[in-house]
Write a protein that binds this ligand. Structure first.
Ligand SMILES: [Zn+2]
Ligand SMILES: [Zn+2]
Length: 420
């Protein structure tokens, strides 16, 4: 029986991996330009980290984690997201006692046991950033600006920024009570999940994707009307700094992150043209996260971009040609006796950073030219006994068909001229 990739996973073949390399390059460069440095954390962590750092009432932790016991009976989990690992690394490496804030970015696969659908997989990829060690609302503004600039650089102009503030533990408690009394008479209309959790965590009802729940909470009180002075000021500065930088946003009162360590700013970026699951990225401030993970109280903020969604949006609206990772030169060898000459010539080209290859399967000259075309080679160099004896080599551009014969030692210069 043929073995297939597990449900919710997929191969990124070379025709697609060029796109991934391109996207990752733009994202890395943009983040570096904003002062971020890369952090690489393990693909799996102690399960407890995600229970604490993602929250043991979230769908991610209760339903979607790939957890397993290793051979020493430790409970480990394939990371479902990147922020908890960053917080753990900040604490474990005592980064919090160094120069703050620290700005980190990460990229790589994440794992969630979710129902696979368009743009959603069980192994999926994120690019995320985290800033630890500043409560300044201007940091929030800059983090959001980074997200917008990244999408612009990828050619995604039609994105919509949703913004909200979830306050601090103090003003959120006031709001929680208000919301619970609002929901109480409507519980009959809620889905099972919401009915059991509205009391403990009513903010998550606002976030519920079930239509009945959304209808039930129509007219709900907005959290921004319950913010304390500090939180209202913080939110005001974030909005003003976005406006100052020309970043448009819509206030989204449903955008809540119900966990205690999320504070103040919450945001999401949507690209409506990719369909109902239009969010490509989101994040927010989490001033309580580091202490929830066992470290000293350290403010933080970050976001993660879903790269599958980004790619989907880019494919729907091709605004640029994907970069060519083809071949510069196919060396067409016309006689098997020239194998050693061909080995040396290929090596010289490659050492000179010319992407070069040859046929190894005994194709005829005509078939080698076809092969060059299939590989997307921009040039062919013809090597026959006659040419080798005379110490010359003809190079031919695949675009123009123009052919030029040069002394062997001038070949690299000729190739560079033609490729330029
Ligand atoms: Zn507050
Ligand atoms: Zn619900």
């Amino acid at each position: 029986m043929e073995i297939r990739a597990p449900r919710g996973t997929y191969d990124i073949l070379p025709s697609q991996s060029v796109k991934w390399q391109y996207i990752e390059k733009i994202l890395r460069e943009t983040a570096a330009g904003f002062g971020y440095r890369e952090i690489r954390t393990p693909m799996f962590e102690h399960t407890e980290l995600f229970e604490r750092g993602v929250g043991d009432t979230t769908d991610i932790v209760t339903k979607e984690m790939y957890s397993f016991l290793d051979k020493s009976s430790r409970s480990l989990t394939l990371r479902p997201e990147g922020t908890a690992s960053c917080a753990r690394a900040l604490i474990e490496n005592r980064i919090y006692s160094g120069v703050l804030p620290v700005k980190w970015y990460y990229t790589g696969p994440m794992f969630r046991y979710d129902r696979p659908q368009t743009g959603r997989y069980r192994q999926f990829h994120q690019f995320g950033v985290e800033v630890f060690g500043s409560h300044s609302p201007y940091v929030d503004g800059e983090v959001i600006l980074l997200l917008i600039r990244m999408l612009e650089k990828l050619g995604l102009q039609d994105c919509e920024l949703h913004l909200n503030s979830v306050g601090c533990p103090v003003c959120r408690e006031t709001y929680r009570q208000k919301l619970v009394s609002f929901i109480e008479p409507r519980t009959a209309q809620l889905c099972d999940d919401c009915r059991t959790r509205y009391d403990k965590n009513p903010l998550r009802v606002l976030d519920c994707k079930e239509r009945t729940c959304q209808a039930a909470v129509q007219g709900f009180p907005h959290i921004i009307d319950s913010l304390c002075n500090d939180c209202a000021n913080h939110y005001g500065v974030v909005k003003a700094s976005l406006t100052e930088m020309g970043v448009a946003y819509v206030e989204d009162h449903n955008l809540v992150r119900g966990l205690d360590y999320y504070t103040n700013t919450a945001f999401e970026v949507h690209i409506p043209s990719i369909g109902t699951q239009s969010a490509v990225g989101g994040g927010g401030r989490y001033d309580g996260l580091v202490s929830a993970c066992g470290g000293p109280a350290t403010p933080g903020i970050g976001f993660a971009l879903g790269l599958e969604r980004v790619l989907l949006a880019m494919d729907r609206h091709p605004v640029r040609e994907w970069p060519d990772l083809g071949l510069d030169v196919l060396l067409v060898v016309l006689d098997e006796n020239l194998t050693v000459n061909a080995m040396h010539l290929l090596d010289r080209l490659r050492v000179a950073d010319i992407r070069a290859d040859r046929d190894y399967n005994g194709r005829s000259m005509k078939a080698q030219l076809k092969f060059a075309d299939k590989l997307g080679a921009r040039m062919v160099v013809l090597m026959g006994e006659d040419e080798v004896e005379r110490g010359v080599l003809p190079g031919r551009s695949m675009d123009t068909g123009q052919q030029q014969e040069v002394p062997q030692e001038d070949l690299i210069a000729l190739i560079k001229r033609i490729l330029a």
